[in-house]
Ligand binder design. Structure first.
Ligand SMILES: *Cc1c(COP(=O)(O)O)cnc(C)c1O
Length: 397
């Protein structure tokens, strides 16, 4: 068994140094709580970045993965498995879509959606390839998805980038309207921007984007990789907005910690890809599907979507109280359900460390937004503890 420092040293020696990591070696968890190698307990308001919907080691998920692993982890997609069929049906049910494709990550989910949009557009006219995304968006780190990501620093050093991508300020319908024409094949947006700092647009904006896409026969892709699977108090945020996309991408929370992503479409787009046009060795893997099925069934059984909504209102209210208490330190509280952001007036890194010292894991995105994306199973008592830790941190900040 390695000591804590030995783990860090070994990882630092052998792993590519692409991550800025906390000096924390996590070992095991239960619900929204996680323990490090020295037995120190933390309440986790990051949840693997909005991934661990059921928290850690939920018995239903553990059982489903173990049982599936004992039967068959993987077989090629040239065969059927019962668990993949069941997971596909359940994802369609909860997403309000008709067909699904499974991949292994968020980036891959968006890659598939962008390919589908290109196929759709160029099938109508060779010039219908333009893809519009938002500034401050985040869509992944593959070549196409980092190009779709409207933050130049993710793109630096990777030129030449795939062509045909253009960017508009998020929430600005006039800017989008100016760029729209018949050669746009897709508009790709997060219905709430996550990595970009938890920015919530108006529902009116999203519904006008929908109208523009309809007008120009462009595919509206909602990237719900971070907002989806109950986090915003609906199965998917598009349901809160009342604006249905043509393609819905998901990942993070859907596998409850298992790496899985994908996209879903209505029947009218079910045949844009012909057999052989898209695929993947691992996507829809039996072990991943067991985790998806268990995660979604448990969210249903434990009514975690409604709980995310209710706990989100409670949490946001407490954070707004903090904003009133520290008006010179907190600029704004944003978000919906259990994706909340506290924008600070100066770099927020010290908040992260001060919370960690009090046994609460939080995250900072874009430098000055404390992002809070706990497991959906987080309790009000946990929320109270996190708010207290934040209160103590802001007092010293
Ligand atoms: C995390 C994220 C992605 C990328 O997912 P990966 O699994 O890291 O590839 C894409 N879009 C959004 C909105 C995300 O939050």
């Amino acid at each position: 068994m390695m000591e804590r420092q030995q783990v860090i040293d070994t990882a630092e020696k052998y792993y590519l140094p692409v991550f800025g990591r906390q000096q924390l070696v996590l070992d095991h968890g239960r619900g929204a709580h996680v323990w490090d190698k020295d037995g120190r307990e933390y309440i986790d308001f990051l949840a693997g970045i909005a991934v661990n919907s059921l928290g850690y080691a939920h018995p239903a998920q553990v059982r489903a993965i173990a049982e599936q692993a004992g039967k068959l982890c993987h077989c090629s997609n040239i065969f059927y498995t019962e668990i993949q069929a069941k997971a596909a049906e359940l994802v369609c049910q909860v997403s309000g879509m008709d067909r699904v494709f499974f991949a292994n990550s968020g980036a891959e989910a968006n890659e598939g959606a962008l390919k589908l949009a290109r196929k759709y557009g160029t099938g109508k006219s060779p010039d219908k390839f333009r893809i519009i995304t938002a500034k401050m968006s985040f869509h992944g780190r593959t070549m196409a998805t980092l190009t779709a990501t409207g933050q130049p620093h993710y793109q630096e050093g990777y030129a030449p980038l795939p062509g045909g991508y253009e960017y508009v300020p998020y929430g600005d319908i006039a800017a989008l309207e100016k760029l729209m024409d018949g050669n746009v094949c897709a508009v790709l947006l997060e219905p709430i921007q996550g990595e970009g700092g938890v920015h919530v647009p108006s529902y009116d904006y999203l519904s006008k984007v929908r109208e523009l896409c309809d007008k120009f026969d462009a595919i509206l892709i909602f990237d719900e990789i971070q907002t989806g699977v109950g986090r915003t108090g609906a199965w998917f945020e598009y349901m809160n907005a009342g604006v249905k996309p043509d393609v819905l991408t998901f990942a993070k929370g859907i596998g409850g910690g298992f790496p899985v992503g994908g996209f879903a479409v209505p029947e009218k787009l079910a045949r844009v890809f012909k057999p052989g046009d898209h695929g993947g060795t691992f996507g829809g893997n039996a072990l991943a599907m067991a985790s998806v099925y268990a995660t979604l069934s448990t969210i249903k059984e434990e009514d975690l979507v409604a709980q995310a909504r209710e706990k989100g209102v409670y949490f946001k209210g407490k954070l707004e109280d903090l904003a009133l208490k520290y008006p010179e330190k907190i600029r704004e509280v944003r978000g919906r359900g259990l994706i909340l952001g506290v924008e600070t007036t100066k770099p927020a890194a010290p908040i992260l460390q001060m919370c960690l010292d009090q046994g609460v894991i939080v995250n900072v995105t874009v430098g000055n937004v404390v992002r809070l994306v706990p497991p959906l199973v987080v309790t009000k008592a946990d929320i109270d503890k996190a708010v207290l830790a934040l209160d103590n941190a802001f007092a010293k900040f």
